[in-house]
Write a protein that binds this ligand. Structure first.
Ligand code: GLA
Length: 735
């Protein structure tokens, strides 16, 4: 619900449990941020802007205009004329000047949500959401800025984005454009972010927010393994179940900066947007720039509520396509099974064994194309290597289909190997600083996707393969980050557009792909989970979570990922032991139970593993079929975190009707003289009675407890014997 009070010039944006208030202030129409928090009955909170305190507003005290600029809570702050905090927008005029200030011009309130041209974004019908479009301008620059706010009726989310248009007589440069800002009082916040590395993505980090600027960012050309386009400011006392949280997540897959700045006045400015490093976008007269969307979540009910809000939003209003609400086929991927050493015979031997065990799809990973015998060549040459794929791709796919299995394939479309036919023909198609040797990474360069002919050529190569056989799944990989930011195709004053044009082209390609092959199950990937973000989720309902498939390492990675993203999006596989990333051996059963929390599949040579392990696959397949609807569609709760307690991990899913629930408990190292663990369950109906079954522990007899008891007194999980043991516990309502 969005309302405007004309007399007070106040906008009130309401979601079911939150309110956001904006006001237009003083004669110069400054746009101020008044309030964001629990839902208010009325918006009589104008006083919160403190315009009755010194330095007052410029019409009353122009001699202190600079002080006003430097402390006023701006909705969308500019720089260069007196606000010394981080600005949201930077411009450089044709004359080389940089100052700007925005004032309100007009507004529109719409039902529904406009699309953001060329960009992924959340969506909703006219019943689902309302949008406020605030039009502001700087008449000296000739710049119009539209601030877009959408409120959803079914989730406590406000999304924001910004569109900048040159309405003047001369071109100017946009040197920075963030998508969202909240100026508010510092409530003694902690800052929560997701940090990582290759094979160690999205570990939750919480630290005290101090004075000055603190940020997380990427200018690696993708959202990255290292930092994540997510930031939350939380009350010191916030826990899973209680406390205030202001969270932002960026629907974008390129460079970003998420920042909190605590000022001299104990105010906080929280911002998120495209990283300004090496960003410079030329706007000719009449041209616009659309900045990507930020999702904002506020709750006073702790991390469980924040997580649940993000999950609901993404399941209902971001993820699309055939598999949005569907069970995904259980796949077996040959990467960790064979690496580059495979041929038709090998793949068919894996498929034959896998099909007998109930696995439903074979995915052929890296190494099937060009002269690709190792990772040092052939990216860009997307034609089938018939020395390896004897009989051709169609033959292989048909044979796999005859076994009753689907077929999937791996591509890394954004890359070019120096040793490839494509590079020999078009050396200027790689991103490079002309005249300077490029920095290789995994012995490859990145394609200059700002050039439409490059996009078209690669798209056609990929599509030709997909048209040639019955392929129903694609793993779209991206295995290096961007360097040497230069394009042979862009003029000097547009080189600063390359990073963003690159991301737009990736979106364009995935858009074309999902439109031409609407039945395709697309799984994004980037050296594991370096591009696991809402931008990619708009195109693919699942993303490969990490190249670390070890069940214990995955606990923290999956906890951090599920902090924001639904379990249905997390690519998770059972792999062989000792684990290829960390050398650890864990029980096959535990690997299965941990992977069941994601999309579920296998990544091993099923013809080589022990008979004992192989025998467990049909049981795991049965568990997947029994529980995947619940895991995918249910509400997720974090019960215990191994990352915090260093002993055990525990999470739970509950069906919407609260009739069914599944609890996963993983003990990491076994210690002597511990009794059973008492875990407090969540999300159950206190008045219902549940039959509790330990799926994989015959020593525990089935018992019936009330939801009330399970949530308040808890459930005892007998201490498993041995390291890395997992328990799968199901709860079903009994009459
Ligand atoms: C990346 C992916 C892996 C695999 C390899 C192939 O590292 O994350 O799963 O596909 O590339 O080169």
């Amino acid at each position: 619900m969005i309302t405007y009070k004309e007399n007070e010039r106040v906008f009130q944006l309401d979601t079911p449990n939150t309110t956001y208030v904006i006001a237009v202030v003083d004669d110069e129409n400054f746009v101020g941020h008044v309030y964001y928090g629990p839902r208010l009955k009325d918006s009589d909170v104008f006083y919160l802007m403190r315009t009755e305190e010194p330095p007052f507003v410029p019409s009353k005290n122009n001699r202190e205009r600079c002080s006003f600029y430097d402390c006023f809570p701006f909705e969308y702050p500019t720089g260069g004329v007196g606000d010394y905090r981080e600005s949201c927008i930077g411009i450089r005029t044709a004359a080389g000047h940089v100052g700007s200030m925005l004032s309100y011009v007009s507004h529109e309130i719409l039902n529904g949500k406009p699309e953001l041209k060329g960009l992924p974004a959340t969506f909703g019908t006219e019943e689902d959401c309302m949008t406020l479009k605030l039009v502001c301008e700087d008449k000296y620059v000739g710049m119009q800025v539209e601030l877009l706010y959408t409120v959803f009726q079914d989730v406590d989310v406000i999304t924001r984005s910004v569109r900048v248009t040159n309405v003047g007589q001369e071109s100017f440069y946009l040197t920075k454009v963030y998508s969202a800002c909240i100026d508010m009082d510092n409530k003694d916040f902690d800052m929560v972010s997701l940090h990582g590395s290759w094979a160690r993505e999205r570990h939750i980090q919480r630290k005290t927010l101090g004075y000055g600027i603190q940020n997380v960012s990427s200018f690696r050309g993708e959202s990255s393994h290292q930092d994540h386009p997510f930031l939350a400011l939380v009350d010191k006392n916030t826990t899973q179940e209680n406390g205030e949280i202001y969270a932002m997540n960026f629907v974008y897959s390129g460079n970003f900066r998420a920042q909190a700045e605590v000022t001299q006045f104990d105010f906080v400015r929280m911002t998120m947007g495209i990283h300004p490093e090496n960003f410079c976008w030329k706007l000719e007269c009449g041209e616009s720039f659309q900045a990507p969307e930020v999702v904002m979540v506020y709750t006073d009910k702790g991390f469980d509520a924040m997580t649940s809000t993000f999950h609901k939003l993404y399941k209902r209003h971001l993820i699309r396509g055939e598999y949005k609400n569907k069970k995904r086929p259980i796949l077996i991927n040959n990467w960790e099974a064979t690496y580059f050493k495979f041929d038709t015979e090998k793949l068919l031997s894996i498929a034959k064994e896998a099909s007998k065990l109930g696995i439903e799809m074979l995915v052929m990973d890296d190494g099937w194309f060009g002269k690709r015998h190792s990772d040092n060549c052939a990216l860009g040459d997307w034609t089938v290597n018939e020395e390896k794929i004897q009989g051709g791709l169609k033959y292989l796919v048909d044979e796999v289909n005859k076994l009753g299995m689907k077929f999937g394939i791996w591509f890394e479309p954004e890359m070019i190997s120096p040793d490839s036919d494509l590079y020999r023909a078009h050396p200027d198609w790689a991103i490079a600083i002309p005249g300077r040797p490029g920095t290789e990474s995994r012995q490859q360069f990145v394609l200059d996707l700002s050039r439409q002919e490059v996009v078209d050529c690669i798209y056609e190569q990929v599509a030709t393969i997909l048209r040639s056989a019955n392929i129903t799944y694609v793993k779209w990989d991206m295995n290096r980050q961007l360097t040497d930011i230069g394009s042979y195709g862009l003029p000097a004053d547009r080189q600063g557009e390359l990073y963003h044009r690159y991301v737009l082209a990736v979106y364009q390609m995935q858009d074309r792909l999902t439109k031409e092959f609407p039945y395709l199950l697309l799984e994004n990937c980037s050296g594991g989970g370096a591009r696991f973000d809402p931008g990619m989720l708009y195109f693919s309902p699942q993303i490969w979570c990490s190249d670390d498939t070890d069940a214990i390492e995955r606990l923290e990675i999956q906890e951090g990922t599920a902090f924001i993203y639904p379990l249905s999006t997390m690519g998770a596989h059972v792999s062989d032991c000792p684990n290829h990333a960390v050398g650890r051996s864990t029980p096959f059963e535990t690997r299965g139970i941990v992977a069941l929390a994601g999309t579920f599949g296998y990544e091993l040579d099923v013809t080589k593993i022990s008979q004992e392990d192989r025998d467990k696959i049909p049981e795991q397949v049965a568990m997947y079929h029994k529980y995947n609807d619940l895991v995918r569609e249910g509400d997720y709760y974090r019960i215990a975190s191994y990352a915090q307690n260093h002993k055990y991990d525990c999470w739970q899913v509950v069906s919407a009707d609260q009739k069914q629930s599944l609890v996963t408990f993983v003990q990491v190292l076994c210690k002597v003289n511990y009794k059973s663990r008492c875990i407090l369950l969540k999300g159950l109906d206190a008045d219902k009675r549940y039959k509790v079954v330990f799926e994989n522990d015959d020593n525990v007899t089935d018992r019936v407890y009330s939801g009330d008891v399970l949530m308040k007194a808890g459930l005892l999980v007998p201490a498993p014997w041995g390291d890395f043991q997992a328990r799968l516990i199901s709860l079903t309502e009994v009459e």
